[in-house]
Design a protein around this ligand. Structure first.
Ligand SMILES: [Zn+2]
Length: 278
């Protein structure tokens, strides 16, 4: 069945969380700065590099299992730990309700009565979410990415058709059942909450901020607009009378985006600042 609009939105939100996870891990190790350039922009401009950063960071071990001797950015660490715990707990809850229990097999050996044992193949199915125990982190060991992908699979009703089991002659029960409505609702809610936590921690939520630098053409203070679903842009509040050689937005404000924005930033790097009243 085609997923509903709210499920599709939640899936997008989970993907946003995964896409920004590398940036958030990097942010934990970097001291937050209120200085130039604005954090939102440096994060955005470094975005293309973020995937590489994550590969370099290499291990996707969850934060809860890592040592953080001296995290430089406590807000980022708080947000990341919160997101992990929300998603891991959600996966536990969904698995308890919608994941088929591990099968048992009747094993007989000559001269002994047959006994039921855990079906190791079924237990080791990599699609399963495994719970943690006091000695084993279970699926948590694979980190946030896997938890987000797994929850996405449940939202999209993946692997809910009867399937062929190893050694069986007929199709057996599916690995997952459809999520009951209240749990689908819960998954949608948690996905939105995680996306907000990540975007706010990276200051990539939708916001407009004065950047403390004057427009090089008219000296009005420039404003930075960020939105998680679009590229950042900078506008000059003066309107059409500002002679800056760039296009205008629908309000007539001179607007810098993409390559123009990179150029503008370079110009502003060495330019004057707006003095603010203390
Ligand atoms: Zn201007």
């Amino acid at each position: 069945m085609y997923p509903s609009a709210r499920v599709r939105r939640a899936v997008e939100q989970l993907r946003t969380v995964r896409e920004h996870w590398g940036s958030l891990l990097v942010a934990i190790e970097a001291a937050p700065t209120a200085e130039w350039p604005p954090a939102q922009l440096s994060t955005h401009l470094a975005r293309q590099a973020a995937d590489e950063v994550e590969l370099l960071v290499g291990d996707r071990a969850p934060l809860t299992l890592r040592q953080h001797p001296a995290p430089a950015n406590l807000d980022a660490l708080d947000a990341a730990l919160r997101v992990e715990s929300l998603l891991f707990d959600l996966a536990d809850t969904l698995a308890a309700a919608a994941q088929r229990p591990i099968g048992r097999r009747l094993v007989s050996s000559p001269g002994r009565p047959a006994v039921w044992t855990v079906d190791e193949v079924d237990a080791g199915d990599p699609r399963r979410w495994t719970y943690r125990s006091p000695t084993d982190p279970g699926s948590r060991r694979h980190g946030l990415h896997w938890a987000a992908v797994w929850v996405e699979g449940r939202l999209l009703d993946e692997d809910t058709e009867p399937e062929q089991h190893a050694g069986a002659h007929s199709r057996g029960p599916a690995l997952f059942g459809l999520l009951p409505e209240h749990l689908q609702h819960e998954a949608v809610r948690v996905a939105g909450q995680c996306e907000r936590l990540v975007l706010v921690a990276l200051q990539l939520d939708a916001r407009s901020t004065g950047i403390g630098r004057p427009c090089p053409w008219c000296a009005a203070e420039l404003t930075l607009h960020t939105d998680p679903h679009g590229a950042p842009r900078v506008t000059c509040p003066t309107g059409p009378s500002c002679p800056a050689p760039t296009g205008a937005d629908k309000y007539g404000r001179r607007t810098w985006r993409a390559a123009e924005l990179v150029e503008l930033l370079a110009t502003l790097d060495d330019g004057p600042r707006i003095e603010r009243a203390a």
